[in-house]
Design a protein around this ligand. Structure first.
Ligand code: UGA
Length: 440
């Protein structure tokens, strides 16, 4: 099928490249000329394992092309995905300016049937508004004779760092449609993946996305709360997660306590869902608490460091991992930001290392130095923090790390080294929710 993807950010690019890989003819659109130029040359502007290889392959076999012209993409395609950004407003509401703008531009360029699909995470009822915008902006010649089109919702469930495999092996594909024709087209688009399809109306599809992300954030905050109790009661959060996770009704995934969730999705989506609920007349207090627990988890990690170091001022603190999670260079709402800022405010000197996120981190942090690798970072440090569980950090030589440090103290914000016997190597080791918290 000829398909257009408007917006070549994270979601749009992965969707476009993967749909080309499964056999469709894809035109990706973006207003950023520089980005389009690079993409045409096979260069991916973000770090996502496997994406560049697939991009190059599908450029070569001509199933994938890039343009800055919505007109060209609209004319060529039967289905058009809208995958532009929906940033948060101060109120927590999603800013849908880009979505509206794209809908208008698609409408003025339409000349035959189109299936217009929202891929961006949007509040319920956006589908109706997109449909209205399109209807109002159709070319004049279609004002009397109506031009047929469908609006649909097809939320994405891609995790950064494993987006390609998430796309190719989906747990489910959710489609919100209002016509049989739209449903048929979706079945054709996703046929090569043989997915489990959940077909529903547009409002329900939009809600599935918000409910899924908010539920996952709730699972994490729940476990982070448990970690606090574990420290107070001398229990081990890892064993609690294991014991709970074997219950099929609960499942082990997303029960990892740590320094809190970050990224471009959970914080923004939880905020948006709280607002959507509020506007609908329901106070989603549970979600407000999820958000509060997430903030508190970062603050409590900082308090633990302050407690153990006693005086933070002028101490050199090494940080391993800056990205909000492994396998991405994304720094958006990364817990490292709040943690480093708080420690700097107390006068700490920060020395950090991340396998891929340092160029993005340099745009955010001021006055921090960067190590060449974990060993260089550990040199002369009063303590080391592990904030992102990169594979590279799993295999460190801790004898070497310990002897490079001024004092071998490690705060493991992801419980990555819980079984490495660091105490036997002379480390003072602090994990999350391992039964020993702040000294009373
Ligand atoms: C998330 C969802 O998992 C995707 O399904 C969704 O499509 C995406 O948001 C989106 O809305 O676009 P992502 O933000 O890439 O994906 O990353 P996750 O793997 O979900 O992790 C989010 C945060 O939670 C990270 O900071 C991670 O470290 C943290 N986390 C995750 C925990 O603290 N504990 C866990 O047990 C799991």
């Amino acid at each position: 099928m000829n398909i257009a993807i408007v917006g070549s950010g994270y979601v749009g690019l992965v969707t476009g490249v993967c749909l080309a890989q499964i056999g469709h003819k894809i035109t990706c659109v973006d207003v950023d000329q520089e980005k389009i130029k690079k993409l045409k040359l096979g260069k991916v502007p973000i770090y996502e394992p496997g994406l560049e290889e697939l991009l190059k392959k599908n450029l070569k076999n001509k199933r994938l092309s890039f343009t800055t012209s919505i007109r060209e993409a609209t004319r060529k395609s039967t289905a058009i995905f809208i995958a532009v950004g929906t940033p948060s407003k101060k109120s927590g509401d999603a800013d849908l300016t880009y979505v509206e703008n794209v809908a208008r531009q698609i409408a003025v360029n339409m000349d035959d049937y189109k299936l217009i699909i929202e891929k961006s995470t949007v509040p319920a009822e956006t589908g109706k508004r997109v449909a209205r915008t399109i209807k109002m902006n159709l070319p004049k010649k279609f004002k009397k004779t109506t031009l047929e089109f469908d609006v649909a919702s097809n939320p994405e469930f891609l995790r950064e760092g494993s987006a390609i495999s998430d796309f190719m092996n989906p747990d489910r594909v959710v489609v919100g449609v209002e016509s049989k024709k739209a449903e048929k087209l979706f079945r054709e688009i996703y046929k090569p993946l043989k997915p489990h399809m959940v077909v529903t109306n547009i409002n329900s599809a939009e809600l599935i996305k918000h409910a899924s992300n908010s539920f996952l954030a709730t699972k994490i905050s729940f476990m982070n709360s448990i970690s606090q109790i574990c420290d107070k009661l001398g229990a081990d959060v890892l064993k609690v997660a294991e014991g709970m996770g074997h219950d099929k009704r609960i499942g082990r995934a997303f029960l990892n306590a740590g320094v809190g969730y970050g990224g471009s999705c959970f914080p923004k989506d939880v905020d948006a869902f709280v607002r959507i609920s509020e506007k609908s007349g329901y106070d989603f207090g549970l979600l407000r608490e999820v958000r509060k627990v997430n903030e508190e988890q970062k603050a409590s990690f900082v308090r633990l460091i302050e407690d153990k170091l006693w005086i933070v001022k002028n101490k050199v603190i090494g940080v391993l991992g800056l990205a909000f999670k492994p396998d991405t260079d994304d720094m958006r709402s990364a817990p490292s930001i709040d943690i480093i800022n708080a420690l700097q405010q107390e006068g700490a000197k920060i020395k950090a290392y991340d396998p891929v996120a340092m160029p993005n981190a340099k745009k955010i942090f001021k006055k921090i130095t960067y190590g060449k690798d974990p060993y260089d970072t550990a040199k002369g440090c009063d303590c080391l923090l592990l904030l992102t569980e990169w594979d590279e950090f799993k295999k460190l030589n801790f004898k070497k790390i310990g002897s490079a440090m001024k004092q071998a103290v490690l705060f493991d914000g992801r419980n990555l080294y819980h079984d490495k016997g660091l105490e036997d190597l002379g480390f003072e080791y602090h994990g999350i929710g391992r039964g020993v918290g702040i000294s009373s």
